[in-house]
Design a protein around this ligand. Structure first.
Ligand SMILES: [Fe+2]
Length: 190
């Protein structure tokens, strides 16, 4: 199998997904997945691409969420390894009734893509955006259920399945998103 390279993966994403916010969400998730792979000693390329492409089918499954993940899997056959495709299907297991997450990559994708929502919401209420954001402020937002209420805190907590505590995970995820701040529109507003 010939796995997509980064450029091909980005072209594929842009050909399937038009929504600017969703593209930013995918780039954010890729960044967090990359950092998780480095931290945990997994394949950096495979984990990064799993993050970048996990919502590939969003545009076509928006009206039928029970197909979310499954259509991405169809689009990605022979282009990503089976463990990556499995994680993409499992990230939406609440919607598509596919097997529940069980591998490290499955949990990583779920907590990574979900924490990006909390971090983005937290950055948007600060003039400095991601610049200088600390895990402690994110912990408060995590507890405040009214803040970014649609972000599922239980899925974020799946970082525990990776053996990472909340502080470590938040620190890693913030740093990952800071690295791509310009690409996701969250660099400091001057
Ligand atoms: Fe997502």
């Amino acid at each position: 199998m010939k796995i997509l390279n980064r450029k091909q993966a980005m072209e594929l994403l842009l050909s399937r997904v038009q929504e600017d916010n969703l593209i930013k969400h995918c780039i954010s998730t890729e960044a967090v997945m990359r950092r998780l792979s480095l931290k945990l000693g997994h394949d950096q390329h495979v984990w990064s691409l799993t993050g970048l492409l996990h919502d590939l089918d969003y545009t076509v499954t928006q009206k039928d969420p029970s197909r979310h993940g499954l259509e991405s899997a169809n689009m990605l056959q022979e282009q990503l390894p089976p463990e990556a495709i499995r994680a993409i299907v499992a990230h939406a297991s609440e919607l598509n009734s596919a097997p529940k997450p069980s591998a490290a990559l499955d949990y990583a994708l779920r907590c990574a893509e979900t924490v990006t929502g909390l971090i983005t919401a937290a950055a948007l209420v600060r003039p400095e955006r991601l610049d200088g954001m600390k895990p402690n402020s994110l912990k408060k937002k995590m507890k405040d259920k009214a803040f970014a209420a649609s972000v599922n805190r239980d899925i974020i907590k799946e970082h525990e399945k990776l053996g990472l505590d909340q502080n470590e995970f938040f620190e890693l995820a913030i740093e990952a998103m800071q690295e791509v701040a310009g690409d996701i529109g969250l660099d400091r507003q001057t």
